[in-house]
Write a protein that binds this ligand. Structure first.
Ligand code: NOJ
Length: 526
């Protein structure tokens, strides 16, 4: 359609703006310009839904599970959660996983992305003690999924580090790389034969920037501008070690694929001022490049501009070397190419301006020196950071193609938050708008293998508790049964999966949802 890729940087920017306008026009049908072409998701495009262990399982101390950093954080600081609800019981998926699988069958999805709680299967954090009851829970869940031809996609780590390991420094300790590799080995050994899609680590930026740099996220280390960078280095290495482990010992036997899920929200310049465009490029390097470059760039390593910037600020601040630790040449090689696919978590878009104010230093904010905002016209959700800008998904995809040479992409998260209530028409609109943008991205050359809705059901949205609801299914947290009910969006998603197209005006007669027989799709190599 629009072949942008051979153009100069400047042409690229202009074209991309132009294309984005076209996307917006066709998505919203404004200005009388209507694109009548019906775009379809190909038959082997995978649709799924996602959750994570701490957010849904509950059973926080049953059957010998060890304590993790989120258990500790929310028990010690109950006041940090908006509505006081923590993950002790959550959706009680530890006991209700059969209902969860039933919901997946109602939706007609191809895959279910869920995570394993490290401390549930290794209560000490180390592989000296393996908790068979913990393994049994995941084995039952996997079998239940396979019984109905739903592919398990397992995230090894979704924020819930065993507390024992945190007591030793957690991800700031370079030995965490080995701890993670040992844990990954236990999981691959046990489930490798049944599970073909693996995600090593979910959103290193949240783990490190929020949890080690900041204090709003467990383990709330608050080592701004230092601990966050240490953590990023170790988390990326841990990912690479687990990837290589699978590659060397399991891939030939089990033929699965291993990726990493990164937060790839889009960032656009606030306006056309050169300084803001430059700040936006820098911001992208700090938020996308820092994690993608070591794995997907030709030269490997952290982005040169980030290294330069952090070194310069560190020296100015009296440090003897950069606060951003270096990778050795062996580590650069270990990381380069260590993913079969990019797990893309995409939610929103931000606007970037060069900062006028100074941030506390040292900090990543100070190193980047940017101010962020969102357009007031963009539809708001129940989360302060989340507004709808579907064109951002398109632009992010094209950016990644251009900079990282068309990596295979699997959308491992995308979603929208609302309040309670089954008639979630705002989520329906967002789903349709983002699917339209995704279809454009695919048409323009992005190799997207699948899409995963966040989330299958309402869950514990970290420190927002249950005050921000992301579920296709509503969960009644006050009921003993943690009853789940399909929202309107669940029916619309089901219909899109069945028909493979986005129908703007389709409405179900009522909110009843039932299991329908799903077409079998061919296995997708990632
Ligand atoms: C990304 C995280 O992976 C997930 O845990 C969280 O609930 C969603 N974003 C929504 O904030």
């Amino acid at each position: 359609m629009y072949h942008l890729f051979l153009h100069s940087q400047l042409d690229y920017r202009r074209d991309i703006m132009f294309t984005a306008v076209l996307v917006l026009m066709s998505v919203s049908g404004i200005n009388g310009w209507t694109d009548t072409k019906v775009r379809r998701f190909r038959d082997n495009f995978l649709f799924g839904a996602a959750t994570s262990a701490y957010q849904v399982e509950g059973g926080w101390d049953v059957d010998d599970k060890g304590e993790n950093i989120w258990d500790r954080f929310l028990h010690e600081h109950p006041g940090v959660v908006a509505d006081g609800r923590n993950g002790d019981v959550a959706c009680d998926s530890y006991h209700k996983y059969q209902r969860d699988v039933e919901m997946l069958r109602e939706l007609g999805v191809d895959h279910y992305r869920f995570s394993i709680s490290w401390s549930r299967i290794l209560p000490t954090g180390f592989s000296n003690e393996i908790n068979e009851k913990g393994l049994e829970y995941y084995d039952n869940l996997i079998d239940e999924l396979l019984k109905y031809d739903i592919k398990p996609m397992i995230t090894l780590f979704h924020f819930d580090l065993p507390q024992t390991l945190q007591d030793l420094g957690g991800w700031a300790n370079p030995l965490s790389v080995e701890w993670f590799e040992d844990y990954a080995r236990v999981v691959f050994e046990k489930f490798g034969a049944k599970v073909k899609y693996w995600i090593t680590i979910n959103q290193p930026n949240s783990i490190c920037v929020d949890g080690y740099g900041g204090i709003e996220f467990a383990p709330a280390v608050g080592s701004s501008g230092v601990g966050d960078y240490l953590c990023i280095k170790n988390v990326l290495l841990a990912h690479a070690k687990a990837y290589r482990l699978y590659e060397e010992e399991y891939k030939a036997k089990y033929k699965g694929s291993v990726g990493i899920s990164l937060s790839v929200n889009w960032a656009d310049s606030y306006d056309n001022k050169t300084e803001n465009i430059e700040s936006t490029d820098l911001y992208r390097e700090f938020t996308i490049g820092l994690y993608m470059n070591p794995i997907w760039s030709k030269e490997g390593d952290f982005p040169a501009v980030v290294k330069k910037r952090v070194l310069q600020r560190s020296l100015e601040q009296g440090y003897r070397k950069s606060r951003l630790p270096e990778f050795s040449s062996d580590e650069i090689i270990l990381l380069k190419g260590s993913a079969d696919f990019l797990g893309a978590n995409h939610y929103t878009t931000t606007l970037v301006k060069k900062a006028e104010k100074r941030f506390p230093s040292p900090s990543i904010d100070d190193d980047m020196g940017v101010e962020l905002s969102q357009r007031s016209e963009w539809k708001t959700s129940q989360s302060s950071w989340l507004r709808s800008a579907p064109y951002g998904l398109y632009k992010m995809s094209i950016h990644i193609n251009k900079v990282y040479d068309y990596p295979p992409v699997f959308i491992t998260e995308h979603g929208w938050s609302t309040m309670r209530g089954l008639k979630d028409s705002s989520r329906v609109k967002i789903l349709r708008d983002y699917f339209n943008a995704l279809l454009f991205a695919i048409e323009d050359g992005t190799d997207v293998k699948g899409y995963t809705a966040w989330s299958l059901m309402d869950n514990i949205e970290w420190t927002a508790g249950s005050s921000e609801r992301f579920g296709l299914y509503e969960v009644n947290f006050d009921s003993k049964e943690k009853t789940r009910k399909a929202r309107l969006s669940a029916l619309v998603y089901k219909r899109i999966i069945e028909e493979r197209i986005v129908e703007e005006n389709w409405k179900p007669d009522n909110l009843n949802i039932s299991i329908t027989k799903r077409k079998k799709y061919v296995k997708v190599e990632l």
